[in-house]
Design a protein around this ligand. Structure first.
Ligand code: FAD
Length: 557
């Protein structure tokens, strides 16, 4: 084993700490944590084991094609993310093979498959990374219960995050801290800051006899039922630990860039060379250890004279991830407005047509539409680009429920992460964490500040590629002769704006004001009926205001 830092592996936070079984078979169940480096579950499974069964279970609900979904992919995930996952599995399999092992791929409902594996292989240890997502919390109870009742030792360390969210919640009196600053104060330095990380192995125990369980190689997309021409453009980001480490090394090779990293500064329209690391999909699948990333940043900070600090520094970004993991883990119904104590109750509008226009890049605002094309084609956008489209959908312009935007992101992002996605959608919709609903992103001037020529728009919306730059953010203002010359007639080749930003955002502010007042009056305990009444009132107000807005609407060519 090649170790990276200075302490012994016993300094890992184990969950639970268990004694070592020797001279027998072990099973390592990969779910996230798709890596060899800094993988304590793998380390523990391989130690003293005669045989090692490295398993990944393909859940057909997550992986197999569902033609009824709104974009190519399964019922749960867009095809970009499925491809990213398959690439990550291929890479993991190839690394395991170099160490004398391989990945055993099985198909089926993961809980049932795991129980069958335990029955068939008679292993002594079952090891898998602890996972705080509700899906795994439920699944893991079932598998752990079966394993324990069969005398199989279970080892499930916390290694997806820097901290164990339970520890922070316990330190905070049983509740998750609800602000980043209070999180930092309570969290302090993670123990992994000084842990020695196992980065590689000279070999792993051989795979035992796997009998008749229907073991597969990592499938291709086609084998899962996808066509080669499923997408017009694929994400440029390749999955896997090898890519993750390459990408990390490239990002941190420029120490000055790391030292001066300052978010939210940075250009959201930069797409040839993104302004941030694009390590999120690798962290999501655990192709990259957040603890290794953290140690790399620490060592750079030691080498430079001056560096930025949380919340804006690169290390501060990793801590945002921890913050959302902790609040998500400690908040019942974190992914819903209803029954979620930290979420303001807001009478969002139901409007399927508006939602589809936003989702399908047809709002008529090129900055918003281009970002949504990047989401569909690449599965990744800059943080501020995510801000703009999330604000536009919810409290900024359309007043549509954040849960519906969250669902679209959850499907299409390659870095889609349960805790971070829900947390940020609540943030952007002013439902939790952030409450300055008067601060709204303009779908026109915000992007223009960074990219006055509209290069980003022209790349992701080629229909506007010949539109002169003075009209690129508001093509409906271009004279018809200009639109004709640019081969883009607004209303025919590209949509008219679906709403007028100035009046729509004013309306949204008014609605948010009334909603906040109601939440305050009811001390946050807004019931279904209160919400229905307020929705009705806001609708009546809308009906009175609408004719005035229509009058103000510019005449479109
Ligand atoms: P960098 O700036 O290089 O940051 C390094 C790492 O820090 C990221 O890879 C990520 O793991 C973490 N990080 C950065 N910003 C945040 C943040 N605000 N909150 C939590 N962690 C952060 N990020 C996801 O990983 N998955 C999601 O599903 C997701 N959904 C989002 C939804 C909305 C509406 C918004 C506004 C943001 C969302 N983010 C999500 C957060 C953020 O936009 C991405 O993490 C970031 O843009 C990823 O790019 P990067 O790796 O280059 O980030």
């Amino acid at each position: 084993m090649r170790r990276f830092s200075v302490c012994s592996p016993s300094s890992y936070r184990l969950n639970p700490i268990t004694s070592m079984a020797t001279g027998s078979g072990s099973l390592i169940w990969f779910r996230k944590g798709l890596r060899i480096h800094d993988n304590p579950a793998l380390e523990y499974a391989s130690k003293g084991s005669e045989f090692l069964y490295p398993v990944f279970v393909i859940d057909p609900h997550y992986m197999e094609s569902d033609p009824s979904a709104f974009s190519p992919g399964s019922s749960r995930a867009g095809v970009n993310r499925i491809r990213f996952l398959l690439e990550s599995l291929k890479d993991l399999d190839s690394s395991l093979k170099k160490l004398g092992s391989r990945l055993l791929v099985l198909k089926g409902e993961p809980g049932e498959v795991m129980i069958r594996c335990l029955q068939e292989w008679k292993v002594k240890k079952l090891c898998f990374e602890y996972d705080t997502d509700p899906y795994y919390q439920a699944l893991d109870v079932k598998v752990k219960d079966y394993a324990s009742s069969s005398g199989v030792e279970v080892f499930s360390p916390v290694s997806h995050t820097l901290f164990n969210p339970s520890d922070i919640i316990a330190k905070n009196g049983g509740k998750p801290p609800l602000s980043y600053q209070s999180f930092l104060k309570i969290a302090g330095e993670p123990t992994c800051a000084k842990s020695e990380l196992v980065m590689s192995y000279s070999s792993l125990p051989p795979v035992g006899d796997y009998g008749s369980l229907g073991i597969l190689e990592v499938p291709t997309l086609e084998e899962l039922g996808y066509r080669d021409d499923e997408q017009a453009e694929w994400t440029p980001f390749r999955g896997g630990e090898s890519e993750a480490l390459k990408r990390l090394n490239k990002s941190i090779s420029d120490k000055a860039w790391v030292a001066n990293f300052e978010k939210p500064k940075g250009d959201p329209s930069a797409f040839l060379k993104p302004a941030t690391t694009v390590l999120s999909p690798y962290l999501k699948f655990g192709c990259l250890s957040s603890r290794y990333f953290y140690q790399c940043l620490q060592s750079i900070y030691k080498d430079v004279k001056k560096h930025t600090s949380p919340p804006v520094s690169l290390l501060g970004q990793l801590l945002w991830r921890e913050f959302f993991y902790t609040t998500a883990f400690g908040t019942p119904n974190f992914d819903k407005m209803k029954g979620n104590q930290i979420c303001k109750q807001i009478p969002w509008k139901e409007d399927h047509e508006m939602l589809s226009a936003w989702r399908d890049s047809k709002t008529g605002y090129p900055w918003i539409d281009a970002i949504m094309v990047q989401l569909r084609k690449w599965g990744w956008m800059h943080h501020l680009a995510r801000h703009c489209v999330a604000c536009f959908l919810t409290r900024g312009d359309l007043f549509i429920h954040w849960e519906q935007g969250r669902d679209v992101f959850e499907r299409l992002l390659i870095d889609s992460d349960w805790a971070i996605n829900n947390g940020n959608w609540m943030w952007l919709s002013c439902s939790s964490f952030f409450y300055q609903y008067n601060r709204i992103y303009s779908p026109i001037s915000f992007g223009k500040k960074y990219d006055p020529d509209g290069k980003y728009i022209k790349h992701f919306l080629p229909v506007l590629k010949d539109m002169p730059k003075q009209y690129i953010y508001e093509p409906w203002t271009a004279p018809l002769s200009v639109q004709t010359k640019a081969k883009c007639i607004v209303g025919k080749d590209y949509p008219k704006p679906m709403i007028l930003h100035d009046s729509a955002s004013k309306e949204c502010k008014r609605k948010m004001g009334e909603t906040y007042a109601l939440n305050k009056k009811m001390s946050g305990k807004v019931g279904d009926e209160d919400l229905r009444d307020l929705r009705r009132k806001l609708q009546q107000d809308d009906e009175q205001v609408e004719p005035k807005i229509r009058k103000q609407r510019p005449r479109l060519n």
